[in-house]
Write a protein that binds this ligand. Structure first.
Ligand SMILES: Nc1ncnc2c1ncn2[C@@H]1O[C@H](COP(=O)(O)OP(=O)(O)OP(=O)(O)O)[C@@H](O)[C@H]1O
Ligand SMILES: [Mg+2]
Length: 323
């Protein structure tokens, strides 16, 4: 195993956005990082659960210790126990002579991140509960228990409490894990974070491919904020990468974006102005800016905005701008 995979890569600075929800979550992350309590991260796919797990570890006194991840949904059930807890020499046919340490042992002094914890099979739920209660683990084929000093962070994109209600997840384990629960809202509920996150994504791409340098036009940004993003930040990243790779020219314009987003899920939520309202607000702003920079000269403002003077007069009336 390479050294780098034992380190948490992301820090609090990598979490962009300053919506009340994100600001609050970052505060909570800082606070819980000072303790060893388990943390349960809940949120739809792509909302940043893994990012928060890394950040909490890096904020904690364990930052210099290892950070190990096990994705419970990605690994066959038969292998999960030995991956997590290791096995003793000769534990089963084909086992390594020397035995093998599990993630908990390897993470001693650090953090184990259990991703998709809802997929942890019941026997392992019991073993994890035991660890959370007594701080020790038992290897596969083992005869004794070993104390390990490990902080557990778990993530789920399904609300664990609902799974408890359905009898699919142990209630006692849920309560142990649920000491601190951080619920990350979907991106559509914090559209105000989109410009900062999109800007960070573009910055990264521009740094990596300076010869392809691109920017997002203000109108495109408004559109990005109006889309519902079922795949959350991951989908936003994906769309911006595609636009970055395929758009000719330096500026990503609304018609480029329109060609890349699926037609379906545009939605106007109650707490956010509709797309046309947002476009109107932006238009009004741009007109005001143009007039300000031309000292109120409408002919020059119209030229600056690339619109006929007659249209500008129309807009001034529509937006009740008294120039
Ligand atoms: N607030 C944010 N600022 C910047 N980047 C973010 C933010 N939230 C998420 N990302 C980025 O979005 C992508 C998805 O985030 P992450 O992998 O943490 O999501 P997740 O909740 O673990 O998703 P899944 O449930 O699918 O595993 C990552 O590349 C991550 O860096
Ligand atoms: Mg994840």
């Amino acid at each position: 195993m390479s050294g780098s995979s034992l380190r948490a890569q992301f820090t609090l600075e990598d979490i962009r956005g300053s919506s009340p929800a994100i600001t609050h979550l970052k505060e909570m992350a800082k606070r819980v990082a000072q303790t060893d309590f388990p943390v349960l991260l809940e949120g739809e796919s792509g909302t940043g659960k893994e990012l928060f797990a890394h950040a909490i570890h890096n904020l904690s006194p364990r930052a210099q210790g290892p950070f190990l991840t096990l994705n419970c949904a990605a690994i066959p059930e038969a292998l999960m126990e030995s991956e997590l807890f290791g096995y003793e020499a000769g534990a089963f046919t084909g086992a390594r002579k020397s035995g093998k340490p599990g993630k908990f042992e390897l993470a001693h002094g650090g953090t184990v991140f259990l991703d998709e914890i809802s997929c942890l099979p019941p026997p392992l739920q019991a073993k994890l509960l035991r660890f959370l209660q007594y701080g020790d683990i038992e290897k596969v084929g083992g005869i004794s228990r070993t104390k390990v000093d490990v902080r557990v962070i778990a993530a789920s994109n399904r609300p664990l409490e609902a799974m408890v209600a359905e009898g699919l997840f142990r209630e006692d384990l849920f309560y142990r894990l649920n000491v601190v629960r951080l619920a990350i809202p979907p991106l559509r509920e914090r559209a105000e974070d989109i410009p900062a996150i999109a800007a960070a994504i573009m910055e990264k791409l521009n740094r990596k491919y300076p010869h392809l340098k691109k920017q997002i036009s203000p109108e495109t940004m408004v559109m990005l904020q109006s889309y519902v993003w079922p795949g959350n930040v991951r989908e936003l990243e994906n769309v911006l990468q595609r636009l970055f790779a395929l758009v000719e020219g330096e500026t990503i314009l609304p018609h480029h974006l329109a060609a890349f987003l699926p037609v379906g899920p545009w939605e106007v939520t109650a707490d956010r102005p509709s797309l046309s309202q947002q476009l109107a607000m932006m238009e009004r702003d741009m007109i005001q800016q143009a007039l300000r920079s031309t000292g109120g000269n409408k002919a020059r403002a119209a030229r600056l905005l690339g619109m006929p003077r007659s249209s500008l007069y129309e807009k001034l009336k529509t937006y009740k701008l008294g120039y």
